[in-house]
Design a protein. Structure first.
Ligand SMILES: Nc1ncnc2c1ncn2[C@@H]1O[C@H](COP(=O)(O)OP(=O)(O)OP(=O)(O)O)[C@@H](O)[C@H]1O
Ligand SMILES: [Mg+2]
Lengths: 355, 219
């Protein structure tokens, strides 16, 4: 005999014994009617289940009647609001990541541009400019961008067929700033002017400033949208709760009369609306995640096409990462929580007015 | 257990429905509240249930002056009472089983702990077969028995029943009366509002008679 069989047999025997013990007790209760019921109550949890409990017997139903049409409408409203809020939050997060990425990349570099002058030898100027930076405090690395590379940068703007060699194309030096100390940009600029008058130094400050302002505005807009949407969700739940309370005035009164206090009744409503909020939040949040993933695929297929780098630079990659998903999920949870809280407050106010 | 002193009540600006009511109800006592239709029986029960506030006078319940008490204290007092309403007040979206277990659920008890009690009581009042029906499909008498079961399930210290036999045949009425008397024997104070003389003749209990807004006590 296998272990499983032995176990099953043992359970069966235990059940039969329990049944046999319960039977006389039940008989006694039948005869004693009320007093029997009282005895049962005295024994409390120890009572075995009465045989013949109807299997379809409904238990633990919500005490306040459910208006299913109104509930569905509320779930839809919450789902739509959560969807919008999650997208806005996700977008804000994406802009924040993208901008901080290139902000750090760009502000770790300076660019030196040397304009060609027919009276000067440009290669000499480049070498002299490079010497100014090499060895200067705060400079980690100086790289002379080869002519071929700067031509390639221009290609998308001017077209491939052009003979760039004939054009006075400026040459570039990329200066990488060391992580530990910042260079003295003004001093470097002055010595550069002495050594190579046609050179100019760009520390990217203007760019970083402007792009940061733009990125911050976008992020702020996203946060404001999230706040507005949560407010709207709260208002929608408040109205729905009022409607539900007006519709179930009789049930609330009966609950009061059998001894329920305000907190108990508020819990009934709060539980219901928390559930509706969770449902709507889950639907809205999931849709937002799906949309993000689909956009990610689309952007992936673009990235093989032309112009992908520019798109990526502007919007960042459509990879919102774990923080992004976390933001979407917590917005959905926030909306559900607000639904529960607002309904509780609304009910408590209503009950105080009723008294 | 219940003490009224010079209690008066008027609805809005209308005439006084109850005037200068003074009486008390002892623990483990049994009494009828009677009087013609419109005399104010239901009104008096509502005062005891604290769902109406008196316009004057004092009401003392379970040793506390309840005329100036807050909501939560009222619910605590109500949990010690069982009430059968004249219009039943069952919740139409819940089954009979759930309606009867409502006071226990409100007390925060676990469903498994009261299941057998509720079913036993439902069988006793003859609703064993109807426990998963909802009130709208029940007959008047069945609703009444469900309402009675809901009042009895908490083993109240005070039972208030408003016309509890108004919708049942005389045999069942006698059976229900025996149930109330059994309850009193086990320690509950029982107040039954009725104008059914046959019912009151079944036992020799104190009678509180309402007429013209005044109350006088027989026996
Ligand atoms: N909410 C109310 N507003 C105004 N008047 C009311 C209200 N409830 C009851 N009344 C009046 O108070 C009086 C007493 O009513 P109550 O219901 O207490 O009588 P009752 O003795 O229970 O009658 P019945 O035997 O028919 O049930 C009646 O005249 C009734 O019209
Ligand atoms: Mg009445």
């Amino acid at each position: 005999m296998s272990t499983a069989e032995r176990l099953l047999r043992r359970i069966g025997r235990a059940l039969r014994v329990a049944r046999a013990r319960a039977w006389p007790l039940l008989q006694a209760m039948r005869q004693g009617a009320m007093s029997g019921a009282r005895a049962a109550a005295g024994q409390g949890q120890a009572m075995p289940e009465i045989p013949g409990l109807p299997s379809g017997l409904k238990r633990e139903q919500p005490l306040i009647p459910v208006d299913s049409a109104a509930s569905r409408a509320l779930v839809a409203v919450i789902a739509i609001l959560t969807f919008l809020a999650a997208l806005a939050g996700g977008a804000a997060h994406m802009v924040a990541t993208a901008s901080s990425e290139w902000r750090s990349a760009i502000s770790n570099e300076m660019t030196v541009q040397i304009k060609p002058d027919p009276r000067r030898n440009i290669e000499d100027d480049i070498a002299r400019a490079a010497r100014v930076f090499r060895g200067a405090p705060g400079v980690a690395e100086v790289r002379i961008v080869p002519r071929a590379e700067s031509d390639r940068l221009l290609e998308p703007w001017l077209g491939a067929g052009l003979q760039l060699a004939e054009l006075p194309v400026p040459r570039l030096l990329v200066v990488t700033i060391s992580r530990s100390s910042r260079p003295d940009v003004e001093a470097l600029r002055q010595s550069l002017r002495r050594e190579a008058p046609t050179a100019s130094l760009d520390d990217h400050g203007l760019w970083v400033g402007r792009l940061s302002t733009m990125a911050n505005t976008l992020i702020l807009a996203g946060v404001v949208v999230v706040l507005l949407v949560t407010l709207a969700a709260g208002l929608a739940v408040a109205f729905a709760t009022r409607g539900a309370m007006a519709g179930s005035h009789d049930s609330v009164e009966v609950l009061h009369l059998v001894g329920a206090n305000d907190a108990f009744i508020a819990r009934e409503f709060q539980g219901r609306f928390l559930k509706l909020g969770l449902e709507g939040g889950a639907i809205g949040g999931l849709s937002a995640l799906v949309v993000t993933v689909v956009l990610g695929w689309i952007s992936l297929s673009w990235s093989s096409g032309p112009g992908a780098d520019q798109l990526k630079a502007l919007f960042g990659a459509f990879e919102i990462g774990w923080t992004g998903y976390l933001i979407v999920v917590s917005i959905a949870a926030l909306v559900a929580l607000i639904a529960g809280l607002v309904s509780r407050l609304t009910v408590q106010r209503h009950l105080r007015q009723m008294a | 257990m219940v003490r009224f002193e010079g209690v008066g009540l008027r609805y809005g600006m209308g005439p006084e429905v109850l005037r200068d009511i003074t009486f008390s109800i002892e623990p483990r006592s049994f009494q009828y509240l009677t009087g013609p239709s419109g005399a104010g029986k239901t009104t008096l029960l509502k005062l005891m249930l604290l769902s109406l506030k008196p316009t004057r006078g004092l009401i003392n319940l379970f040793g506390h002056d309840v005329t100036r008490r807050q909501n939560d204290a009222l619910s605590a007092a109500r949990q010690r009472m069982g009430v059968v309403f004249q219009d039943f007040r069952l919740l139409d979206h819940l089954t009979v089983y759930e309606n009867v277990s409502l006071p226990l659920r409100v007390k925060g008890r676990d469903e498994a702990s009261y299941r057998s009690e509720v079913i036993e009581l439902l069988r006793w009042v003859g609703l064993g077969e109807r426990m998963h029906s909802i009130p709208p499909v029940l007959s008047g008498g069945e609703k009444q028995r469900a309402a009675i079961a809901r009042a009895l399930i908490v083993k109240p210290e005070l039972l208030l029943a408003d016309e509890p036999t108004g919708n049942v045949d005389p045999t069942l009425a006698r059976r229900l009366l025996r149930l109330f008397m059994e309850l009193q024997r086990l320690g509950t104070a029982v107040v039954i509002a009725t104008h059914d003389l046959n019912l009151m003749d079944q036992n020799d209990a104190r009678r509180l008679v309402l007429a013209d807004g005044y109350l006088h006590v027989d026996g």
